[in-house]
Design a binder for this molecule. Sequence first.
Ligand SMILES: *[C@@H]1O[C@H](CO)[C@@H](O)[C@H](O)[C@H]1NC(C)=O
Ligand SMILES: *[C@@H]1O[C@H](CO)[C@@H](O)[C@H](O)[C@H]1NC(C)=O
Ligand SMILES: *[C@@H]1O[C@H](CO)[C@@H](O)[C@H](O)[C@H]1NC(C)=O
Ligand SMILES: *[C@@H]1O[C@H](CO)[C@@H](O)[C@H](O)[C@H]1NC(C)=O
Ligand SMILES: *[C@@H]1O[C@H](CO)[C@@H](O)[C@H](O)[C@H]1NC(C)=O
Ligand SMILES: *[C@@H]1O[C@H](CO)[C@@H](O)[C@H](O)[C@H]1NC(C)=O
Ligand SMILES: *[C@@H]1O[C@H](CO)[C@@H](O)[C@H](O)[C@H]1NC(C)=O
Ligand SMILES: *[C@@H]1O[C@H](CO)[C@@H](O)[C@H](O)[C@H]1NC(C)=O
Ligand SMILES: *[C@@H]1O[C@H](CO)[C@@H](O)[C@H](O)[C@H]1NC(C)=O
Ligand SMILES: *[C@@H]1O[C@H](CO)[C@@H](O)[C@H](O)[C@H]1NC(C)=O
Length: 522
Amino acid sequence: MGIYSISLSFLLFACVVLSDDLPSIQIKGSKFFYANGTQFFLKGIAYQQDSSANGAIATNTKFVDPLADEANCKRDIPLLSELGTNVIRTYAIDPTADHSACMSLLNDAGIYVISDLSNPQQSIDRGNPQWNVDLFTHFQQVVDSFANYSNVIGFFVGNEVTNNASTTSASAYVKAAVRDVKQYIKDKKYRAMGVGYAADDDQDIRNQIAAYFNCGPTEESVDFFGYNVYEWCGEKTFETSGYNRILDFFQNYSVPVFFAEYGCNLPNGAAGRIFQETGALYAHNMTAVLSGGIVYEYFEETNDYGLVKISGSSATKLEDFTALQQQIQAVNIQGVEMANYNPSNQPASCPTVNSTWESSDKLPPTPDSDACSCMVKASECVVSSSTDSSNYGSLFDYVCGSDQSLCSGINGDTSTGVYGPYSMCSDQDKLTYVLNQYYQKQKKVSTACDFNSSAETQTASGSLDKCSQLATSGNATDSGNATGSGSDDEDNGSADSLIPGNWPLGAVMLITILVSTGVVGL
Ligand SMILES: *[C@@H]1O[C@H](CO)[C@@H](O)[C@H](O)[C@H]1NC(C)=O
Ligand SMILES: *[C@@H]1O[C@H](CO)[C@@H](O)[C@H](O)[C@H]1NC(C)=O
Ligand SMILES: *[C@@H]1O[C@H](CO)[C@@H](O)[C@H](O)[C@H]1NC(C)=O
Ligand SMILES: *[C@@H]1O[C@H](CO)[C@@H](O)[C@H](O)[C@H]1NC(C)=O
Ligand SMILES: *[C@@H]1O[C@H](CO)[C@@H](O)[C@H](O)[C@H]1NC(C)=O
Ligand SMILES: *[C@@H]1O[C@H](CO)[C@@H](O)[C@H](O)[C@H]1NC(C)=O
Ligand SMILES: *[C@@H]1O[C@H](CO)[C@@H](O)[C@H](O)[C@H]1NC(C)=O
Ligand SMILES: *[C@@H]1O[C@H](CO)[C@@H](O)[C@H](O)[C@H]1NC(C)=O
Ligand SMILES: *[C@@H]1O[C@H](CO)[C@@H](O)[C@H](O)[C@H]1NC(C)=O
Ligand SMILES: *[C@@H]1O[C@H](CO)[C@@H](O)[C@H](O)[C@H]1NC(C)=O
């Protein structure tokens, strides 16, 4: 049985939900099921205006939570229903917003939700990947805000974070996020909800990505795998589109796989889409292996992938809306019954770590704010509260450049799976760690804790050794080989870590943003 075997917490939850709530989707092996045992296939639409993938630095950090405005949901849900939609994918959610009206409208329309946990300010950045206290806190808040809705299937911890062979080290941090969000859902005794990742389709690394997220202990691997595929454009065949390759490759995958985005708009933009690939995706041989897909996307935007054009409170169907509707209506899927399905697929083997795949299966540590604040309290030199975060980069450069070993406690090496105990702390706390290391090395001369007034001394309490024990005693099944907090650490930085010269100046710590949509890699 998969993780959705009916657990005690599931039963407890089932008692409090209203009878007209949609039945939660369950996972068994590599398939989704309704509670009644009928197999569930996604007929999804990406639903996020000004939508933005995550995993990069963006300039515009604003986003519109698509599930926070009842009027918009009332405008759009009937159109989603006309398209036979049973799932929407959202990319950026504000956990403080009230989603109850939209979630209830979706529920009544038989529509489930899979949401990304990131937003334009808070995602794992492929250029400077981290899995830290701030991100984990945000991800937890989004999970909390959705846990009560029975029509939430689960979450993506990232979208196309590793997007080509130069960013493979980011996947270790993404997988650490998978592990920790899964554990969080368990610890909170929430109803079972899946935690997955949405990958791009880069031919150099796609096999390694798929294997990486499906390998190792179940506690660390994805509950489902989303694959963003734009290979079938206009008229193609199983052979010319690569769908036969996909079919063959995922034959043995041990968790559900679906297209987390599809719907190529080449050569003539959205209006020219005929969605021939929709027919192929739900063909008999494909549905034996995959669980359907999510069309990119509902809203017409500058990238021209839209099904609907919005103008204020009105929504106009575009030409490809009708094309998709016809394809979806023609779909006739024969699934299997849960009781008759005996999964035999095994998790994949972890990919070999080499120059084209730099993420070890030894994952970064679980972010632990207690360990970080313990370290800050135990430091005698700390970042001044008035120091602007735009100066952090040059301060890291200054200290780490003077002596790399002072920074080993915050560094990480995804190839070896060795991580400093404070590599999961916030940027400010990490900076305190290295400034204090510097101050200690200079034998606490008064000038060694100034950094142009960016730092100040304080009376320390507690011991760094205790804090690093706290950091490495985490609940995670494998928090890596995090060595002590002292300057006796020997581990050197790697390509992805905080070594001098690797800092995109100053702004480096101002994490992330999504530049454009997930289709940027096309
Ligand atoms: C199971 O539930 C789904 C969704 O409500 C429904 O479409 C399907 O027909 C049901 N299957 C059976 C065997 O009742
Ligand atoms: C979820 O539902 C439970 C029981 O009805 C309630 O106590 C809890 O506050 C709800 N949580 C959220 C985040 O809405
Ligand atoms: C990876 O993609 C970035 C742009 O996103 C590009 O600058 C870089 O050259 C690419 N690297 C490889 C190895 O393809
Ligand atoms: C899947 O079925 C289609 C026809 O529906 C066929 O063209 C294709 O070759 C099949 N793929 C495989 C791998 O058998
Ligand atoms: C899937 O498993 C079968 C049986 O173990 C094996 O023969 C086949 O090569 C595997 N396919 C892939 C793509 O790994
Ligand atoms: C890295 O390992 C993969 C197998 O996981 C292999 O396909 C690839 O060729 C290797 N790359 C190098 C540069 O050795
Ligand atoms: C302090 O400021 C001076 C002059 O602006 C600069 O040269 C020096 O690098 C700064 N030191 C640090 C540690 O940032
Ligand atoms: C892990 O966390 C849970 C709840 O947060 C706690 O009950 C348990 O004792 C922890 N286990 C370890 C080994 O720290
Ligand atoms: C880290 O790894 C080294 C070498 O593999 C081992 O000797 C050491 O005990 C490990 N330390 C921890 C804290 O696991
Ligand atoms: C760290 O780098 C130094 C200099 O490049 C090297 O001598 C040392 O062996 C490295 N240590 C480790 C643990 O890799």
